[in-house]
Design a binder for this molecule. Structure first.
Ligand code: SF4
Length: 477
């Protein structure tokens, strides 16, 4: 998972992009970057390891000021965790530095396309990153094969299999396009601003999520549709160049975990979806006795609204029994187990005096490896809780994601090794219940429009066709 941002047709577009990236920092904390078209018509890019507030300083933004800008926050999925894989990528065309690209997603046929470009066009890659691959494929069609840019993008979209929400600066144009299934989110916003010089008094912004729009005074207009290619050019209204939609398969994990609750993602209000998930979990617990000793707590922050929905549905108290240190970051998106283990300990602390004698319903959004929630159960019991009942806002994760989320290999997925009872025992929970895929019929208006592959192995693109070994569950209830 990563976050992208873009701004077009406004003075200091780079500032707007930096603000949006700051608001979407939760989508990637490893590296970030920005690319802008400067007044001389050149596209310049800057990226570095670290957080937006540390990387995109005033001095950096001054050097990359322009009226067209794109940006990216990264957490690694495919490709190693280093600066070479940070985005955006600036790609020189024959006439000069006029192109930059950034993408959120994962290209499942990356190896095949890269070999083709190295062999066919003699391209040298500087990273293992999907964004660079898409940029070079577009450059191949547009420059080497001399195809108009709109067609070059369309051909690239037809070749590339996987998830991509992409922003491309080419000369004075900005393109925004999204994979035909709309796996990763991408929203467009409208900005009223002060017109200066030849710049108009309104601009267009883009983001993976709309939670940053309010800060810059923009309002969300609509999503970039699955398979849609949008073109923005000076003095022209936003134009749909082409559209190649297929059956929508939005990533349901965006609603469960990744998106900020103040975003509307895939047309859904994220916080409301999470409350409905909580109510669904509550309906499974009708036989659990209610009493003064029963309390519901979330694993903050992504489970807050699920726990709230659960508490409201059962009419029992909701409490913030675990305090989260917000300076640690998301443990799930840390690149290795050692740093994730350290992160859990640093991240959560039980509220003093909250737990003694309590029966606790601990609500988590998902269980991937099981290590984090195991530590939390131990922590809550050590703080005096009599019982801990774990409720999970998603089904058991049994498959890897090939579309931009770092769900790990078979051996690391606890639901692939243990039954639900076995997981409860492993984490010393008094009971454990999950959502079922079928439960989402009561949570989402169109559940068939979503990808659930990491829960049911129903992949959009059969991964074994692309040389990926599919996780076959070792144990299912
Ligand atoms: S496999 Fe899971 S994480 Fe990946 S896109 Fe599908 S639902 Fe989302």
């Amino acid at each position: 998972m990563c976050g992208i941002a873009g701004a077009f047709g406004v003075q200091n577009a780079e500032r707007l992009v930096a603000e949006i990236l700051f608001a979407t920092q939760h989508r990637g904390q490893e590296s970030c970057g920005i690319a802008s078209r400067n007044p001389r018509g050149n596209v310049t890019a800057y990226k570095a390891m670290g957080l937006v507030k540390n990387v995109l300083t005033e001095e950096v933004l001054d050097r990359h000021a322009g009226d067209v800008s794109i940006g990216h926050v990264r957490y690694p999925t495919a490709g190693s965790s280093d600066l070479a894989n940070a985005q955006p990528f600036a790609i020189d065309l024959a006439e000069g530095p006029h192109m930059a690209i950034c993408a959120n997603g994962d290209i499942i046929n990356y190896g095949e396309l890269r070999s083709f470009l190295e062999r066919e066009a003699g391209f040298t890659f500087i990273s293992d990153n999907d964004g660079e691959l898409m940029g070079r494929l577009i450059a191949y069609y547009h420059v080497v094969r001399d195809i108009p840019i709109e067609e070059a993008i369309a051909k690239t979209m037809a070749e590339v299999k996987g998830a991509f929400a992409t922003m491309l600066i080419l000369r004075d144009k900005l393109f925004a396009f999204r994979d035909p299934h709309g796996i990763r989110p991408m929203v467009m916003g409208h900005l009223e601003c002060e017109g200066t010089g030849d710049l108009p008094s309104e601009g267009t912004v883009f983001a993976s999520e709309g939670c940053g729009f309010g800060i810059i005074g923009a309002r969300a207009v609509r999503e970039v549709a699955p398979g849609e290619i949008l073109c923005l050019e000076r003095g022209q209204p936003v134009r749909t160049v082409a559209s190649y939609p297929e059956a929508p398969r939005h990533c349901v994990f965006e609603l469960i975990y990744f998106s900020r609750p103040d975003s509307d993602t895939f047309g859904e209000r994220v916080w409301e979806v999470r409350r409905r998930i909580g109510a669904c979990l509550a309906a499974k617990d009708a036989d659990m006795p209610i009493g003064d000793d029963l309390v519901v707590i979330p694993v903050p922050d992504s489970s807050n609204f699920v726990a709230q929905g659960y508490a409201e549905a059962r009419g029992i108290p909701f409490g913030m029994g675990l305090l989260r240190n917000h300076y640690v970051g998301r443990t799930f998106i840390r690149p290795n187990q050692k740093s994730r283990d350290e992160g859990v300990k640093q991240k959560f602390n039980p509220l003093p005096g909250f737990f003694p004698g309590k029966r606790v319903v601990l609500v988590d959004d998902s269980i991937v490896r099981g290590t984090s929630v195991r530590k939390l159960v131990r922590m809550i019991k050590a703080a005096g809780a009599r019982e801990v009942h774990v409720r999970v806002g998603s089904p058991p994760v049994i498959g890897s994601c090939y579309y931009g989320i770092d769900t790990p290999t078979r051996d690391e997925l606890i639901a692939n090794r243990l039954s639900v009872a076995g997981i409860a025992e492993y984490m010393n929970a008094d009971s454990l219940k999950y959502m079922d895929v079928a439960d989402f019929d009561r949570v989402l208006p169109a559940p068939g429009d979503y990808c659930f592959a990491c829960f049911n192995l129903d992949y959009i693109y059969p991964p074994e066709q692309f040389g990926h070994k599919v996780n076959v569950p070792q144990h299912r209830d």
